[in-house]
Structure formats: C-alpha cells, structure tokens
Design a protein around this ligand. Structure first.
Ligand code: ZN
Length: 256
C-alpha cells in the first residue's frame, strides 16, 4: 500500500524512524512526502535521501506560502528538480478558505509552478480549497499538466472534471468520517484507477483516530473505507491505487 501524501517533514527528527517502522508493519511500503515551502523544502528532500527505499519527495510552494515565492525561492525549487527521488512538484494550488496568502499571489505561484512541472516533465501534487473556478482556469491555462488533486473535497462533478483532465484524485481520512457524504459519493463515482490513497499526515486522522496526530500507517483505514464504498476488496483497492501511483510518479517512484 502507498501513502501518496504525508508531510514527513512535520515530524521531529527522532520520530520519523518510528513513523516509518509502523508504516512498514502496516504494509505501507512507500510514502510520497510533499514539501510546503521555504521552511521544509530541503528537509523533505533530506528525508528522502535518508530513507530512499521508502520515501519519495515532492518540492513546491503551498498556497499558504505563495507570497514567499520570490526569485530566490524559484532558484531553490529549480535546483531541487532533477534530484534523485524528487518525483513531483507539490504541494501547490489555491486555498481561498484560509486565504493566508493574497489570492493574486496564490494564482501567480500556481501558474509558475505548473509551468515548472511541465517543463521538467514532472507531475504535480495539487491542493484546492474553495477556489474551484480559479483552480480549473489555472489547469486549463497550462497544457500538459498531470498529477493528483490531493484530499479533494470539491464534490463529485468537480472530481469528474479533474479526472477528465487526466489527473488522479487523492482520497484522505475524510472518507471514514460518517458525515462526509460528498467524499464517499465521489469515491464511489470515479474510476478506481483514478484514485490514490493518502493520509495527509500529520492532519486528518481517520476514524477511529480522529483528532489524534495522523501518520502513514493509518492509510490502511482509508483503503478499507474506499473498498467499503465501492463494494470491493481491500486487495483490489491496494493493487489498483498502487499501480496508478507507479504510473503517475514512476519510474522514480516504482513500487517494489
Ligand atoms: Zn498536504
């Protein structure tokens, strides 16, 4: 099983080994760790270098950090592209819910990073929250984007639009929440080979760990919930989502 989205850089140095050991015990053989900005870019790549068998990295500037994307940070990002184990540009996108960075800065940062991804031949790890029309416009403005819209919550129709653009959709612990009907409907409606499993650790722990710190071992609970919603087996969900991950983020992300 694969956790396609875990912020490993948000765990303390001394904790990461335990987190990875518990993931391995739970059958989670690979983790994609996205960076969020200037504070964790190098640390995310260093974690990949420390655990090259288990971890692959994405480098990018999260919408919350969009105002920080100046010429110097662009050079840093460009310098990390092409490093071993850097398999994607992410986490990038638009977040109008928290709107920590001005919308204009968010749109500019997203457009620049989408172009960087396409130029570099890398997929993207996308974040969208309450910004759907502008998010879709940004995707439409840049040809050749591939990747995943992680922890997607904009509804079934929006998810189908994402899939129609050739992207995958990330399913996080929300699918285990009793009231998350929209996410459950989305999981049932999309083709299984367009879904990826993720934890979004350390956030969004699935039931029955809700409110606690999340970690990659718990992605199994997300997989079980997806299997339940689709009336299929965990083995089927695991096989299909793992091969989608390999197709998107491989061969550097190849699954053993
Ligand atoms: Zn994230």
């Amino acid at each position: 099983m694969i956790d396609s989205h875990a912020h490993l850089a948000m765990f303390q140095d001394g904790e990461v080994e335990g987190v990875l050991a518990r993931a391995e015990e739970a059958g989670v053989e690979r983790i994609l760790a996205p960076a969020t900005g200037p504070g964790d870019l190098e640390r995310t790549v260093a974690l990949r270098d420390r655990f090259p068998e288990r971890v692959v990295a994405a480098v990018g500037c999260h919408p919350h950090e969009a105002a920080a994307l100046d010429a110097a940070l662009k050079r840093r990002l460009e310098g990390l592209v092409g490093r071993d184990g850097v398999v994607a540009i992410g986490e990038i996108g638009l977040d109008y819910h928290y709107e920590i960075a001005p919308r204009e800065d968010q749109r500019r940062a997203l457009a620049w990073q989408l172009a960087l991804a396409v130029e570099s031949g890398l997929p993207v790890v996308l974040h969208e929250r309450e910004a759907w029309p502008d998010f879709l416009a940004a995707l439409a403005a840049q040809e050749g984007v591939r990747g995943v819209a992680h922890c997607f919550t904009a509804g079934v129709e929006a998810a189908q639009e994402v899939v129609a653009r050739g992207l995958a959709v990330g399913v996080a612990g929300m699918v285990t929440f009793p009231k998350a009907e929209q996410v459950k409907a989305m999981v049932a409606a999309l083709p299984l080979d367009r879904l990826l499993l993720e934890t979004d650790s350390p956030y969004l722990a699935p039931v029955p760990h809700r409110g606690q710190r999340n970690e990659p071992a718990l992605v199994r609970l997300v997989g079980e919930a997806v299997a339940r919603e689709r009336s299929t087996s965990l083995a089927e969900v695991e096989a299909v989502t793992s091969s989608t991950f390999a197709r998107l983020f491989g061969p550097g992300a190849g699954v053993a």
